[in-house]
Design a protein around this ligand. Structure first.
Ligand SMILES: O=C(O)c1ccccc1NCC(=O)[C@H](O)[C@H](O)COP(=O)(O)O
Length: 202
């Protein structure tokens, strides 16, 4: 199972997540988010990472100026929840957010079923299953996932990938290393870092 860990706000967490073996890291560039970071911070985080991890920017912008700033970071993918049109040069790497009221869009390359927006709100299993069945695009599952429920979510929904944000945090924007490793393990993957005593919660 592919794994995206979202809402990363600092280089230390990003490097740990990469080393732990996640496939993708998401940073949020949106004033609406408690995990909002600047373009410069996102650049610092992406630049610290190696070539084998997918770098995703999550945004809610409707401004082409902002979008161009985001594109200038050269992310591997953009995850967007508005219907802002993305330049053709960026095609192939666009993830659109789909919630229970929305139709499947056809101007993107992957979908993320997400009604949580980093708040830990649980996904709707019936809806997610329907989207996986109907969509010809890869479907990422998000919403209230954590190390205790992700295995069941994978088995029942059969998504392309799973996404987690608050379920592996100590506090908003700060990842809990033990939970990151446990989440990766619960996805049926072997974490790249041994679970050491120091990674446990106090
Ligand atoms: O993380 C945020 O602060 C955020 C805010 C607004 C929109 C999206 C946001 N995050 C995007 C994600 O892809 C999250 O990982 C996803 O909503 C799952 O969050 P959680 O339920 O906390 O695992």
């Amino acid at each position: 199972m592919r794994i995206k860990i979202c809402g990363v706000t600092n280089v230390e967490d990003a490097l740990f997540i990469e080393e732990a073996g996640a496939d993708a890291i998401g940073v949020v560039i949106s004033k609406e988010s408690k995990r909002n970071i600047s373009i410069d911070k996102a650049d610092e985080i992406f630049s610290a990472l190696g070539p084998f991890i997918i770098k995703v920017v999550v945004t809610h912008t409707t401004s082409y100026e902002k979008l161009n700033e985001i594109i200038s970071l050269n992310p591997d993918a953009i995850q967007i929840s508005t219907n802002c049109k993305i330049p053709d040069t960026f095609r192939g790497r666009l993830i659109r957010v789909i919630g229970s009221e929305s139709e499947i869009p056809d101007d993107c390359d992957a979908l993320i079923v997400d009604e949580s927006h980093g708040n830990g709100k649980a996904y709707n299993a019936e809806y997610a299953k329907k989207i996986v069945k109907k969509s010809h695009m890869p479907v990422i599952l998000a919403g209230g996932l954590n190390s205790s429920n992700v295995s069941e979510a994978i088995t029942s929904v059969r998504p392309y990938a799973v996404d987690v944000c608050s379920g592996v945090e100590d506090k908003v924007g700060i990842k809990n290393r033990f939970e990151v490793l446990e989440f990766i393990r619960a996805c049926g993957r072997l974490p790249g870092i041994k679970i050491k005593k120091g990674y446990f919660k106090d």
